[in-house]
Design a protein. Structure first.
Length: 290
């Protein structure tokens, strides 16, 4: 394909839609992706196939290959659509000063510059990372960066619980769609204002640490939900079943610290556990105690 960049192939997000054609069922990438997401939500990624999507749309499978050339492109589009939800949710949360944003009653703008991504406006954050020309952020700006990071992380959790397959794809091959880049820019621009982030190396380490927490926490929570569904045993039932065994082990005196964690530690629900741990991680990697 000849492109403005020579003969190199265009990424799926840059490739034009096929020309409309006379057919009983009109198609578009957005329509294909919407059906794919619904099937993945219901059946997981193992239950997702071009043939099933085509059947849902009432077309032959070969028509879909005019829009996506393979499964990898389809997954890229699906992931980017979820990041579009995250961008919308995190921007709205930060702007309205909701509970998740932790703004302390202060209205926080999530971003001042918009990225036009396939005709959809996505807020990307008002400041660039600016590693070489860093200035000291004021108290209001420090509240803003923290509120933005918290809003993005919490919106990502909500999306992963709504679309459990999304957690399976985190941490694998890079996701570089326009919505994904918009969320990444929003997060990176905010973290670049954290007190302990002085240069691009600090920013890379901070983003890496936060992403590692998010991926691990979301995959663990999704795995626990799936296990509870497939076994019919939720966390309280599991703990009750193993209670007598743990009591016998703890009375040996060989595991005093674990015993304190189990007996004296707070047993929070999944959301509160995520929020508290997120705050702890953010305090540690940015050097900004709450």
């Amino acid at each position: 394909m000849d492109t403005p960049y020579g003969s190199e192939p265009l990424a799926i997000w840059e490739r034009p839609e096929p020309q409309p054609r006379a057919a009983p069922v009109p198609l578009s990438r957005a329509k294909i992706v919407a059906v794919a997401i619904r099937l993945a939500d219901e059946q997981g990624l193992d239950g997702l196939s071009i043939r099933k999507i085509a059947k849902e749309l009432g077309v032959g499978p070969m028509r879909l290959y005019d829009y996506v050339t393979n499964r990898a492109e389809l997954l890229d589009l699906m992931v980017d659509a979820v990041y579009g939800q995250i961008a919308d949710a995190s921007g709205q949360t930060a702007q309205t000063g909701g509970r998740a944003a932790e703004t302390g009653g202060q209205r926080v703008e999530a971003g001042g510059r918009a990225a036009e991504t396939g005709g959809q406006r996505v807020e990307t954050g008002g400041r660039a990372a600016g590693a070489g020309r860093r200035r000291v952020a004021g108290a209001g700006e420090q509240a803003e960066w923290r509120a933005t990071v918290l809003a993005v992380a919490r919106a990502t959790r909500v999306a992963a619980l709504e679309h459990e397959w999304f957690a399976d794809l985190l941490g694998g091959r890079p996701h570089l769609g326009p919505h994904t880049l918009a969320v990444g820019e929003l997060n990176a621009a905010a973290l670049s204002q954290a007190p302990a982030v002085h240069d691009i190396d600090d920013l890379q380490r901070t983003i890496g640490a936060l992403n590692s927490f998010l991926i691990g926490a979301l995959r663990r929570e999704v795995t626990e939900r799936r296990t509870a569904r497939t076994t019919g045993t939720d966390v309280p039932a599991f703990q009750a079943g193993l209670g007598p065994y743990l009591t016998r082990m703890f009375t040996t005196g060989r595991y005093p610290t674990i015993a304190r964690l189990v007996v004296d530690g707070s047993h929070l629900d999944a959301e509160e556990t995520f929020n508290r741990t997120l705050t702890t991680v953010l305090d540690g990697i940015t050097g900004a105690p709450a």
